[in-house]
Ligand binder design. Sequence first.
Ligand code: GSH
Length: 308
Amino acid sequence: MSGGDCQSQADVSQQPIGKDGSFKRPDSVFRNWIEKGGKFAPEADRYHLYVVYGCPWATRTLIVRKLKGLEDIIPVTAASPRADEHGWPFAKVDRFPDVEDDPLYGSEHIKDLYLKADPDYSGRFTVPVLWDKKLETVVNNESSEIIRIFNSAFNEILPPDLEKTKLDLHPATLREEIDELNDWVYHTVNNGVYKAGFAKTQAAYEAAVKPLFGSLDRLEKIVDARDYLIGGQLTEADVRLFVTIVRFDIGYYGAFKCNIRTIRDGYPALNRWFKKLYWTNPAFKSSTNLDHIKTGYYWITAVSILLR
Ligand SMILES: N[C@@H](CCC(=O)N[C@@H](CS)C(=O)NCC(=O)O)C(=O)O
C-alpha cells in the first residue's frame, strides 16, 4: 500500500521548518476520546496500539499501558526505528530485532494505517497510533491524550480492586501543578531536544539548547532527594519527563547536539531519579529499548555508523 506522492509528509528526516530555521512540530490530527456511550466505547480487544520503541511520545503510551495493567485489553505492535522514505516500516519491510509485522492488515509502513483511516490525510505519519479495529480508523495519535485515555477510560472494565486500576496519574488534587510543569517541560525539554536537533540555523539551535539546559537545571533542583516530581507520588509528569531523560545521553547528546552536559555527569539528582524509575518499576524498564532508541536517533540524523 505504500506509495503515492506523500513523500514530503513521510520522510522523518525532513521535518517542518519555519522561516527562521526552527523546527515547528505540527499538531496531531486524530483527537477522539474513548468513553462510555461515545463513538469509541471502552471495550477489551477493540483497540490496538502502534509504536516505535525509539520514539519518546510512543513510549509514554507504552509505560502508561503497563502501569494501568492494560496489556490484555490493548495489544501493541512495534514498527522499526529505521525510518525510510515512507516513514516507519513494519517487519515486512525491515527485519530489525524486536520489530513486528502489522497483525491487522499486514501493512508495510505506519503510513498505510493513516491512509486507510483517511485516504486524503495530509498530516505526518507519526507514532503512537491508537487504532480502532471496529471502525477501522485512528482514534487518537496524540500521546498526551492517549495517556489520559489509558489513565481512566478503561477503569470500569479492569478488575476494580487492583492497585493498577486505582492508580491515577493525573489526580484532581495535583492536576494544576502537573499541567503547569508539563507545559514548560514540554516546550523546553521534551520538544526542546527536537528543536535543537532539527534546527537549521545557529540562532534556532541556540534558542532551543539554552532553555533546554536551563530547564534541566531547574528539574535537577526539583528532584533533589525526591523519587517523584510532584506530590510525592508517581504522576504523568514523571512518565513524560522519563522518556526524554532516558534518551538523553545515548541519543540527544550526540545526534541532536544537546551536548552542554550529559545527565550522567552533569545532573546527579536527575540521574538517580530516572534510574530508580527504570530499575524499580517494570513498566519503565520493559518499555525502554535502548538499541531502538540509539538506532532511531542516529538513523534519522544520517549519522548511522556508530560505536555499539
Ligand atoms: N505530538 C505527537 C508527536 C508524535 C511524533 O512526532 N512522533 C515521531 C516519532 S518520535 C514521529 O512519528 N515522527 C514521524 C514524522 O514526523 O514523520 C505525540 O505526542 O503523539
